[in-house]
Design a binder for this molecule. Structure first.
Ligand SMILES: *Cc1c(COP(=O)(O)O)cnc(C)c1O
Length: 385
């Protein structure tokens, strides 16, 4: 089976991890801050807070922004459930904004309509979490403008998007957002096995996220409510978690980061190859905005089901039977039983529903061989013939 995504671990990566393993620190050593600095510098952001997953990064981001009971957080329905769960962890309600018919990212016009309605009903969101699906940035300038008008904070879920750009700025620069979140799960662009990071240009938010990832505990006398009792002293100021990244993970991340630009370039080369070879099939191929440079985490095709003989489900099954590890990113989150009970109305999401009827993610990872890619192309051609 050709997987839809796969990590690449080089000898240099392995040596870096072994060095960390033999060092004095397995956790809470120098590698984590070094990785944070490297990612923040790469993206052009001030602060990076490394944690043990993208999900944890979303959680500490929500906590730092003060999301709690009685608040509402909006995100895209076409995302991994973690983009919505982070708000639920904080006791907040979640609602969704329909997607754009071309980019499949959160639709700015749907967002405008929903904000106008919410203002009328007195239920504006505290935080909006746009998701850069497949690695292509959302229209962040437009969303920033709406945030200023309606007073919500922005967390960019950039779990697909490290190495991408928007209007010339690296995704993660936080030019248009309060916090940007990355995941380093093995299927993502670069990996630390499990791992994530939250970036921000706001020192206060960085400080809060730093607290929330280690039990809410500080050893900084400046932050304490009284002078230290002695040199052993620390204070727990908030109810935090143990979301720390290990030194092994950070060492792997530092090593992987050195190849990031190369990795994304290779993803573009493969995506371009797909687009050339699949152009005459009854498919909609990924649309790229001119203002964005995608990290190309996913290559999503949509079946023109009005033309094809086979249904979406049949094409999907035929591809799997041919050894092509296709996937569907994603089932609209409001369709999940857990979220269905939170009374979202599927009629509001006609674009997300249409997407769910037609989308298939075909294999794409930067070290995929051309013969493997040709196998995917030939399988699609014969199945759709
Ligand atoms: C992978 C992913 C997450 C969660 O990241 P983990 O590191 O797996 O916790 C969140 N949002 C999106 C869009 C993702 O793709």
């Amino acid at each position: 089976m050709i997987p839809y995504g796969r990590q690449e671990i080089t000898d240099t990566d392995i040596e870096a991890v072994v060095r960390a393993l033999k060092s004095d620190f397995l956790t809470q050593g120098p590698k984590v801050p070094e990785f944070e600095r490297a990612v923040a510098d790469y993206c052009g952001a001030e602060h990076g807070i490394a944690v043990n997953s993208g999900t944890s990064a979303l959680h500490v981001a929500c906590l730092a922004l003060g999301v709690g009971k009685g608040d509402v957080v909006w995100t895209s329905p076409i995302t991994f459930v973690a983009s919505a769960n982070c708000a639920r962890y904080c006791g907040a309600d979640v609602d969704f904004v329909d997607i754009d018919s071309k980019t499949y990212n959160m639709s700015v016009s749907a967002l405008v309509d929903k904000l106008k309605m919410a203002q009328k009903n007195g239920c504006l969101p505290k935080v909006v979490i746009p998701v850069h699906l497949s690695g292509q940035s959302c229209d962040m300038a437009a969303i920033r403008g709406l945030a200023d008008k309606y007073g919500f904070a922005i967390i960019e879920d950039a779990c697909h998007a490290i190495g991408g750009r928007y209007q010339g700025e690296k995704t993660g620069s936080c030019k248009y957002s309060d916090i940007t979140v990355f995941s380093f799960h093995p299927v993502k662009i670069i990996t630390t096995a499990e791992g994530g990071m939250a970036l921000t240009n706001d020192a206060a938010l960085a400080g809060k996220m730093d607290l929330y990832r280690t039990h809410g505990i500080t050893r900084d006398p400046e932050l304490m409510t009284q002078p230290p009792d002695g040199p052993w002293y620390y204070q727990q100021l908030e109810l935090g978690y143990n979301y720390r990244m290990t030194e092994l993970q950070a060492a792997l991340g530092i090593s992987q980061l050195t190849r990031l630009d190369e990795v994304v370039k290779k993803r573009h080369r493969l995506a371009g190859r797909y687009s050339r070879h699949l152009v005459n099939l009854p498919l909609t191929l990924p649309f790229q905005e001119e203002t964005t440079y995608s990290a190309y985490h996913l290559y999503v095709i949509r079946l023109a089901t009005d033309i094809t003989q086979l249904s979406h489900r049949e094409v999907f099954k035929a591809l799997r039977a041919a050894g092509i590890g296709v996937n569907l990113h994603y089932i609209p989150v409001y369709r999940q039983p857990y979220f269905r009970d939170l009374s979202c109305n599927p009629d509001e999401f006609s674009e997300a529903e249409a997407y769910y009827r037609e989308a298939i993610s075909i294999p794409l990872y930067h070290h995929m061989s051309f013969p493997d890619q040709d196998l995917v192309v030939d399988s699609l051609k014969s199945i759709l013939a």
